[in-house]
Design a protein around this ligand. Structure first.
Ligand code: NAD
Length: 349
């Protein structure tokens, strides 16, 4: 199988490329513009494989996309390229509109033009997976879960742009019969996570002796999923999901931000002890605007229908993640200097 992975130099896209090439023996064609979030070092484990290809292409460039489709003749697309950082969307929404909405439109149109030219048997086998987020559903109260039928209610420019893209992907299935399937996932964490995101930032700030600032009272809840579990889920949905359907992806690992930060501190106290507990570095700062209170995913449809299940729980996954950051300074040290610490605040998205 030959699969185009857009955003393959990012956090989740690189995990998808590694899964395709290393675990499954498929060909991954990484199409990535290499924004601040893209990093080819993340693909070191597979960069020499003949199953891995890289094309530096902006998904807003339709001609370049047409050339990629013509050159590689893929069997499927896994579309992950996006501007993904909520705080950046608050300070500069323009890039989010371009990449997440216009870029997704371009991907759908380039893929559809290519698909229309395929033989009938190949058309039937072709798949386009549009990768999205649970943030399109808005915020939950103390109770309840996001289901595939939960109405969209995005709060941030990021989630609104992803919601728009989801509607486009769905419309391309409804209108043109284009073979689309959509996934909506909760917060990911794990190796190669950009150092401005909550979990790596807490680990690295803790090690550096810097404050661990938390929005508000730290009670916001996120449902955390280990990135390699997500990569496996995405391949399952792309290859086995019913066309025109949506699948929620989540690990049943709800934690408040305070619980996440405290657990990281406890593990660091064990594996890298200092003269005082790391939790003493926690500080509370003013909440961010439009901060959704709680996200929690019901992944029953994906589990029951397609047989996927998260292999890591939060405790096993966070231990692996901390160990990975301790062992891989070569990867994160050069990136740390680029990480924006907007208002010095941690971001969990
Ligand atoms: P990321 O920011 O780490 O990576 C995004 C990648 O897309 C980068 O390599 C970047 O260079 C590339 N890119 C950006 N604009 C591009 C453009 N115009 N053309 C080509 N490439 C471009 O993001 P991530 O965390 O890996 O997220 C990947 C996808 O998964 C996104 O669609 C995101 O919305 C979705 N998602 C993320 C999470 C999460 O917790 N990180 C959860 C659910 C869904």
């Amino acid at each position: 199988m030959k699969i185009i992975v857009t955003g393959g130099a990012g956090f989740i896209g690189s995990a998808v490329c590694r899964h395709l090439v290393k675990d499954l023996g498929y060909t991954a064609i990484n199409v990535d513009k290499l924004t601040y979030a893209g990093n080819l070092e993340t693909l070191k484990e597979i960069e020499d494989s003949e199953l891995y290809h890289f094309e530096k292409v902006d998904i807003c460039d339709r001609n370049a996309l047409d050339e990629v489709f013509a050159k590689y003749q893929p069997d499927a697309v896994m579309h992950l390229a996006a501007e993904s950082h909520v705080d950046r969307s608050i300070t500069g929404a323009g890039e989010f509109i371009q990449t997440n909405i216009v870029g997704t439109f371009n991907m759908l149109e380039a893929a559809r033009a290519y698909w229309l030219g395929l033989r009938e048997v190949d058309q039937k086998a072709f798949r386009f997976l549009h990768v999205s987020t649970d943030e399109v559903y808005g915020s939950l109260g103390d109770e309840g879960l996001f289901h595939e039928t939960t109405p969209y209610d995005p709060s941030s420019p990021y989630s609104a742009s992803k919601a728009s893209a989801d509607h486009l992907a769905n419309a391309w299935h409804e209108t043109y019969g284009f073979p689309v399937v959509i996934s909506n996932c909760s917060n990911n964490y794990g190796p190669y996570h950009f150092p401005e995101k909550l979990i790596p930032l807490v680990i690295l700030n803790a090690l550096d002796g810097h404050p661990l600032p938390i929005y508000g009272d730290g009670s916001n809840v996120r449902d955390w999923l280990y990135v390699e579990d997500h990569a496996k889920a995405l391949f399952t949905i792309m290859s086995k999901g019913r066309l025109g359907e949506k699948y929620n992806v989540g690990g049943r690992n709800e934690r408040t931000n305070l619980e996440v930060v405290t657990r990281i501190c406890e593990i660091l106290d064990e594996v890298r002890p200092k003269n005082r507990p790391y939790a003493e570095q926690i500080t509370y700062v003013t909440d961010r605007p439009g901060h959704d209170a709680r996200y929690a995913i019901d992944a029953t449809k994906l589990e029951d229908e397609l047989g996927w299940k998260a292999e890591e729980n939060f405790d096993t996954g966070i231990k692996k993640t901390i160990q990975w950051y301790l062992d891989n300074e070569w990867w994160w040290a050069p990136l740390r200097s680029h990480a924006t610490e907007r208002k010095g605040v941690l971001k969990e998205d």
